[in-house]
Design a protein around this ligand. Structure first.
Ligand SMILES: N[C@@H](CCC(=O)N[C@@H](CS)C(=O)NCC(=O)O)C(=O)O
Length: 215
């Protein structure tokens, strides 16, 4: 059985949860209470890896950390190379590079949001910040998406990563409709739909963000 360890919120694990659901992999979650001792004083020390962190994934004796690496392991394990942008047999396809580019650009975007939304003046200045900081990057993603259904054409794990970031944007900017059709498309993927209807928003509330951000 696969175990995903993380805090009781979305954070760096949500796209992995979505991928596990998408791939219909049986898994259990080890949820840590933030500020609790169990992670820092016990499991973090005991995890058999040089890079002990949250999230982690356990698969038998294998311990994998790093939130953008865990998805690679999962899709390789299931030989769903298409989800990496590769050809179905795992051979090189230029889309593989596009997936990595999109992942890096998306990481920069969420890091930026994460930083700026913690500034006390964020609430007052959020529209100015949106126009000055985020719009230009979001426009790039819009261009990347173009008329395609997904970011590199076919569905890849980068879509789940980017989708999760869009949900954060939606949280901070509910008045702005961005990537609405794209979000709907992802939320209508049967496995994702089922997850959203059953598990999502029960434990991993975005509402929690209100406590840590100046919002
Ligand atoms: N580069 C790592 C960063 C992981 C990270 O910063 N995890 C945060 C939660 S978002 C944490 O609380 N880690 C627990 C720890 O530092 O022990 C990744 O992407 O997985």
């Amino acid at each position: 059985m696969i175990t995903l360890g993380y805090w009781t919120h979305r954070g760096f694990a949500q796209h992995i949860r979505l991928l596990l659901e998408y791939l219909e992999i049986e898994y259990e979650e080890k949820l840590y209470t933030e500020g609790g001792d169990e992670w820092y004083n016990k499991d973090k020390k005991e995890l058999k890896t040089n890079f002990s962190n949250l999230p982690y994934l356990l698969d038998g004796d294998l311990v994998i950390t790093e939130s953008r690496v865990i998805p690679v392991y999962l899709v390789k394990k299931l030989k769903r190379f298409d989800l990496l942008g590769q050809n179905a047999d795992g051979s090189f396809n230029i889309n593989e590079i596009a997936v990595l580019q999109v992942m890096d650009a998306a990481k920069d975007l969420i890091d930026q949001l994460n930083t700026l939304a913690r500034v006390p003046s964020f609430k007052q200045e959020k529209m100015k910040i949106f126009n000055e900081k985020f719009l230009v990057t979001l426009e790039k993603f819009k261009k990347q998406l173009g008329e395609q259904d997904y970011l590199v054409g076919n569905f890849t794990y980068a879509d789940l990563y980017f989708y999760n970031i869009l949900k954060y944007f939606h949280f901070f900017y509910p008045e702005i409709s961005i990537f609405t059709e794209y979000i709907e498309r992802i939320e209508n993927i049967p496995q994702i739909k089922k997850y959203l209807e059953t598990k999502d928003n029960k434990v991993y509330l975005l509402e929690r963000l209100k406590k840590i951000f100046y919002y």
